[in-house]
Design a protein around this ligand. Structure first.
Ligand code: N01
Length: 500
């Protein structure tokens, strides 16, 4: 898919930035509502797929069952496993783009450089790597986990071997017989460490905080099951509904009744006892915070990999990187040839927040000051006609983010429809509505395991505020985004000749 045959228009009604699950979901929903909609997507990479294009590390897979982690409007009977692997999720997204005929609207290799709200014309003035354009409505679908984070360790620049981040895996680098250090023990590390361990000469895993790990109840989907889904799509819909329902039951514990969480942590403790025989390693892998406070991890082989004789688990953290080694907090030096950083992302300061400038000239990043907040996770006061996908407080620890994205797409479409029908040129959420909404969000989060579970996590900002998690059931979010309430917004009426 290339942009070579297409020319970026000079103006467009809706500009979507990003062609991952969020952007593809948004544009699909817009066109479903209005097949003649004037909408284009720009994507900085050369292909669609977002995080499922970028994360190609060995073993990369979804840790939410795929029947739920897929678009409700594009079910696929072809998944090979209940937890799909990265290549097939990427293929799935490309397939949705093809099936819905979206290629002509997607400009790949086109990066957003800046977007400034032009109050006089009620338009976004947008600069991209392929030229300028104006957009009436801007949809930022750039993902929260797209900028890899490297740790700030003294000496990192001196390392003479090979280093890379899990999200930018170096496939040209052969790990065979290498001494490898892995920094970080989150959702990415647990997937790739068991995949590479048989190739390496020695693997040293640097853990700062152990995570709760439960078995991944994965299985391959047989021919019969796939045939049934193809012939009777309602059966797959029923499976999706069942998974959705039991996943929602988790919220009851995570957000409302943390007292029942020890039942699940006992399962994780049993899993740990079964997989790790060495008592010292087992103690190092036992978390001291409530299950769910950090993302619960699913793996059948991570813990037993750390129990192997050719694997070192270093749980004192790292203090320095030298030319050829990683040094732990006790001063022990581990000579290595390769360092793989599985140290996560920077969700509270996405690059797009520096590129988007609102009506008072401030960027989103300046307005947020390191702690993002929005109204219904989607709109921000002072940034008219801007819609954020996967915005503040829309992340989940228990279910599919695709469900949240589809809810936000509903809200966007409801807004576009009302703007069209009521001839509104610009909508700007009121400061009051946004403040009230955020008071509710943060009151609701205060007793949850994400805020009060006794851990530090990427869900919390430097002030201990949680700008990341949705605090309750996902159907509450679905209901609150069903209709765009114009009463929460300052409205600019459209002139008679305006095309909406
Ligand atoms: O990153 P993480 P990830 N020194 O932030 C450690 C999604 N995801 O890439 O826990 C030493 O979870 C850090 O230690 P600590 C999912 O939402 C989804 O694994 O902060 N260590 C931690 O162990 C997930 O939450 C899927 O003490 C340092 C690790 O690095 C998100 O992506 C699959 C350090 C980072 O863990 C991120 O996952 C994979 C330092 N300076 C990922 N800094 C699905 O299947 C950080 N660490 C949907």
């Amino acid at each position: 898919m290339t942009h070579s045959q297409k020319v970026l228009p000079e103006s467009v009604r809706v500009l979507v930035v990003g062609a991952g699950f969020a952007g593809i979901g948004a544009v699909s929903r817009i066109l479903d509502d209005d097949p003649n909609a004037d909408v284009v997507v720009i994507e900085r990479a050369d292909d669609v797929g977002g995080t499922w294009r970028d994360n190609t590390y060995p073993g990369c897979a979804c840790d939410v069952p795929t029947s739920l982690y897929s678009f409700s409007f594009a079910p696929s009977p072809d998944w090979t496993h209940t937890f799909a692997r990265q290549p097939e999720i990427h293929r799935y997204l490309r397939g949705v783009v093809d099936a819905l005929g979206l290629q002509g609207r997607i400009f790949t290799g086109c990066e957003l450089i800046s977007a400034k709200w032009d109050s006089a014309n009620s338009r976004w003035a947008v600069e991209t790597s392929l030229g300028s354009l104006t957009a009436h409505v801007l949809v930022a679908a750039t993902g929260a986990l797209s900028t890899p984070k490297l740790p700030n360790v003294p000496g990192i620049e001196k390392f003479a071997g090979t280093m890379f981040h899990s999200a930018t895996w170096n496939h040209d680098h052969d790990l065979t017989d290498q001494r490898v250090a892995v920094i970080g023990t989150g959702a990415s590390a647990v997937q790739f460490v068991p995949e590479i361990v048989d190739r390496t000469a020695r693997l040293t895993v640097f853990q700062r905080t152990p995570a709760w790990v439960v078995p991944r109840l994965d299985r391959t989907l047989g021919k019969l099951e796939k045939a049934m889904y193809r012939r009777f799509p309602s059966t797959q819909k029923a499976v999706r509904g069942f998974i959705y329902g039991y996943r929602e039951a988790y919220v009851s514990a995570l957000a409302h009744h943390p007292g029942v969480l020890p039942l699940v942590s006992n399962v994780a403790k049993l899993h740990l006892r079964r997989q790790v025989k060495n008592p010292v390693t087992r103690a190092a892998l036992t978390p001291d915070f409530m299950l769910g406070c950090k993302r619960m991890l699913l793996s059948n082989d991570w813990l037993k990999t750390l129990d192997r004789d050719d694997v070192d688990l270093v749980d004192s953290g790292l203090t320095e990187i030298t030319e050829n080694a990683v040094v732990d907090a006790h001063g022990n030096s581990y000579p290595v040839d390769t360092i793989i950083f599985a140290t996560g992302f920077t969700p509270t300061e996405p690059p797009v927040s520096h590129a988007i400038q609102g009506s008072d000239g401030r960027t989103l990043a300046e307005r947020w000051g390191g702690s993002p907040n929005a109204y219904r996770g989607t709109t921000v006061h002072g940034f008219p006609n801007l819609f954020l996908m996967y915005g503040p407080n829309t992340n989940l620890g228990h279910s599919s983010i695709v469900y949240m994205l589809e809810s936000q797409a509903n809200y966007l479409v409801s807004a576009l429809r009302q703007m069209r029908e009521q001839r509104i040129e610009a909508v700007d959420v009121s400061e009051h509505a946004q403040q009230q909404y955020n008071s509710w969000i943060h009151d609701s989060l205060s007793g949850t395991v994400w805020n009060a579970g006794g851990c530090s996590s990427w869900y919390l900002d430097s002030e201990g505020r949680n700008p990341v998690m949705w605090p309750t059931y996902t159907f509450t979010f679905r209901n609150s985004t069903r209709t765009f309430e114009t009463s929460d917004y300052a409205l600019t009426p459209a002139g008679k000749s305006a095309q909406l």
